[in-house]
Design a protein around this ligand. Structure first.
Ligand code: NI
Ligand code: MN
Length: 226
């Protein structure tokens, strides 16, 4: 798999010949100004919840790319009212088989509203199962005991976890989450974008190391192979 970071919680994963983009928030992100937005052409856009810092570029990218949007019912309906026709609505606990693999929606403990404050359905995380292995994208969430279900019933090769604290779990709880999901290979997200979620990156990496886990903090625009 090829993973590209576009800042905050936005990653593109290339697997099975498809490009899957998570939580597009690129143009409003001061730290992602160097990203060539026009060159982003996903096949799928997965959206974890309705907050601005996860959905800001979803409408325009869905329009320009024609990508299929996978999200909760409310977010799909919100996009459909704005002209998007290629979407697949889901809800927590549900799974769908797609051409690159399976997507399962799992619990995220957070809130979810649209930029105008209206209700945006349940916040979710995603487990993506592919022939090249499975990964977990947690979305915005607290540490939850239900993450243990992921570790008990799925083999997760690597996971995207929020580590910025304040609005989501922070580094210490993310380390506990690595035990719950039984996966020690973590890519950090949802940190340093705004004042509320600033972290000490070196300290976070060291803490993970001391706990027997690995935390990768990608540079914005960087692509890695997994
Ligand atoms: Ni949020
Ligand atoms: Mn957020």
């Amino acid at each position: 798999m090829k993973i590209t970071y576009f800042g905050h919680s936005c990653f593109q994963i290339e697997v099975g010949g498809k490009k899957i983009l998570f939580d597009p928030f690129i143009r409003p992100n001061e730290l992602a100004k160097h990203i060539d937005f026009g060159s982003i052409k996903p096949d799928y856009i997965l959206i974890s919840h309705g907050h601005e810092d996860h959905i800001a570029d979803a409408l325009d990218l869905a329009k320009s790319s024609g990508a299929k949007v996978i999200s909760n019912w409310e977010i799909c309906m919100w996009l459909s009212k704005q002209g998007i026709q290629n979407f697949h609505p889901m809800n927590t606990g549900g799974k769908v088989k797609l051409d690159f693999g399976n997507v399962k929606c799992v619990e995220a403990v957070h809130s979810s509203s649209f930029p105008d404050g209206s209700y945006a359905g349940n916040p979710m995380g995603f487990i993506v199962e592919t022939s090249e292995g499975n990964f977990y994208y947690a979305g915005d969430t607290a540490l939850t005991y239900s993450m243990k279900l992921i570790g008990e019933y799925r083999t997760i090769r690597f996971a995207f976890l929020p580590i910025g604290d304040n609005f989501t779990m922070g580094v210490d709880n993310a380390i506990i989450a690595t035990d719950f999901i039984n996966c020690k290979d973590i890519i950090g997200m949802h940190y340093d974008t705004f004042g509320f979620i600033k972290i000490n990156q070196q300290e976070a990496i060291e803490k993970f190391k001391r706990a027997g886990a690995s935390l990768k903090l990608m540079s914005i625009g960087e692509t890695i192979e997994k």
